[in-house]
Design a protein around this ligand. Sequence first.
Ligand code: PRX
Length: 632
Amino acid sequence: MAQEELFHPPKDLVENSNIKAFMDKHGIADLDALLEKAQDHDWYWGEQARELEWFKPWDKVLDDSKAPFFKWFTGGKFNIVHNCLDRHMKTDVKDKIAYIYESEPGEVERWTYEQLHKEVNKFANALKKLGVKKGDRVTLFMPMIPQNPVAMLACAKIGAVHSVVFSGFSAGSLRDRLLDADSKVLITADGAYRRGKVVPLKHNADAAMAEAPCCKHCIVFKRAGNEVPMTEGRDVWWHDLVEGASDECEPEPMDSEDMLYMLYTSGTTGKPKGIVHVHGGYAVGTYSTLKFVFDLKPDDVYWCAADIGWVTGHSYIVYAPLMNGATSILYEGAPNWPEPDRLWQIIAREKATILYTSPTAIRMFMRFGEDYPKKHDLSSLRLLGSVGEPINPEAWRWYRENIGGGKLQIMDTWWQTETGNFMISPLPITPLKAGSATRPLPGIKADVVTQDGQPAKPGENGLGVLLKPWPAMLRTIYGDPDRYVQTYWSRFPGKYLMGDSVMKDSDGYFWFRGRVDEVLNVAGHRLGTAEVESALVAHRDVAEAAVIGVPHPVKGDVPKAYVTLKVGVEKTDALKDELKKWVGDQIGKIAQPDSIEFRDKLPKTRSGKIMRRLLKAEALGQDVGDTSTLEE
Ligand code: PRX
């Protein structure tokens, strides 16, 4: 790894950047001085918050009296949707394009801010008609279509809490999330296009709702035109519900700390965690980090090529770009459909200026080769971004060379569902190192510690921690505040545990190595090994299962399963295939083990815990290390 090679930002990028303008305004000379000054959180976050519109200003920037249950901008009255839409109706942004939407089959729609505002208002009024009130949970299970942000924004506008479930999840996963959130309403579509096929969303939604009696209503958007059964009294078509609804709707004045949404993510147990975000601080954090890191300017055409079902889509396709009045691209389908140059085609046609994607996507494009991007004029691009997993220097260089014309800076943003916004990331003024997320952003304080909590030495691998709260941080785990304290704040009191292995070099640059807990990162998606194990043991033939992550050239990690079968069950390849499919049906395709091995026994400690570490060492051909706790 050539860790010492620095990629300096070009002068015009630095001189014209939003962050430089902010520094000039406050007489700050350089990045070090900025990072230092921004540790004054009242000042830094207060400055950012003042750029948004508040119904009533806050009394206090940070209330840490009940740490780690931190509160931000207390006493303030605010609604994030007012800042995404309503306030723009008084400016030129009203007529600007909010979303350039392209469906997988190729239709293009251009939604202005005014149009989006009206559609959100209509749908918000429709939700009210169904009896949805402030604080109610509404689950979304939708394709990547403009109605997905419309539904999220409509919920938030009236103070309802959305819980978006990635549309690739199975009926069982959806059911668990409906039940955990105690959702009253489910919003879905008849189907979604993926690689030319229709994914039967409503079909999965029906199976989930059959076992989730809390869910009283289902709103169905007609997207794919596939035949779907509608249950009388429960299901209603989106178009019927909004028919005649007014296109005016005042935003609900929320307390800064009122819940905006919950989003499930994988942890170390079989039960996903509902991460809770709130209106005020989340708005301030996402708005300001996007403005500074991707340097949004009024004429940018910005493309965050993530899925709205994950936090990247929530923060950086929906809320932050809209608060910034940006024009974004929204694409429904697979990036390599029908050909591996779909993204490049769209960038060239729309003259996109910013592309933000994942290392998995970049490695996939690398495999397809340079000829695909070469066929298209990508010269409109001015900044690139990466998120979701460590980017290996080889992929970093390929991205800069082949997509960035050999000269574009790459914003490698490290953050999590829990953090809400970018935390450790370059700014346009930061010199880059290939494969490093560089340094903490202004207002963020991070470090690397050893197993016993002491600061790690430069160059030493350790555990990543955050030393200060930040406005967009998670507030709790839905319905489980103890788990919140336990997971993030108990290992090293006063420090937030990231769950990542990290090295900080002698320049203070952070190098992320991957997760340290039982969480895999499969193609940028978090997956708990325990979730896969519980799906496997739910199969009639399986006695025990252990799942580990093994490296994969494109996807980062892939799950590998070790399974012991019940007595008398034959070990066949057909059963392996059946088990893979079973896991896909139980959780979703992303969780399917890449390979399965049958074993007569799994290695266990004397107290009966499966030692996954040994299986992993064996799979990777490494030394198995200390085996003194092994039972036999
Ligand atoms: O391991 C880190 C990895 O993704 C985890 C968070 O996953 P999730 O909550 O699904 O959010 C993903 C999108 C923000 C982290 O604990 N990760 C995320 N970004 C990076 C990263 N690892 C290395 N470099 C990154 N830029």
